[in-house]
Design a binder for this molecule. Sequence first.
Ligand SMILES: [Cu+2]
Length: 70
Amino acid sequence: MLKKTFRVPDMHCTACVMRLEGLEDDLPGVKRVKASYQKGQMEVEYDEKLLSEAQIAAAVKRLGYTLQSA
Ligand SMILES: [Cu+2]
């Protein structure tokens, strides 16, 4: 299990946070997502055997946001 913090500069309200934290249920391999639009960051705890960073970035992109390395 890995825990990584990413920058998501295009989050701007709690609705964005809710959408991104929804990945916790929608993306297999993700254990926990903690997002903060004030910080423009999201912390993802995930199983690196099931999921790559690129797959997380793609899922975030599908929601309309940009994932960057912190
Ligand atoms: Cu928003």
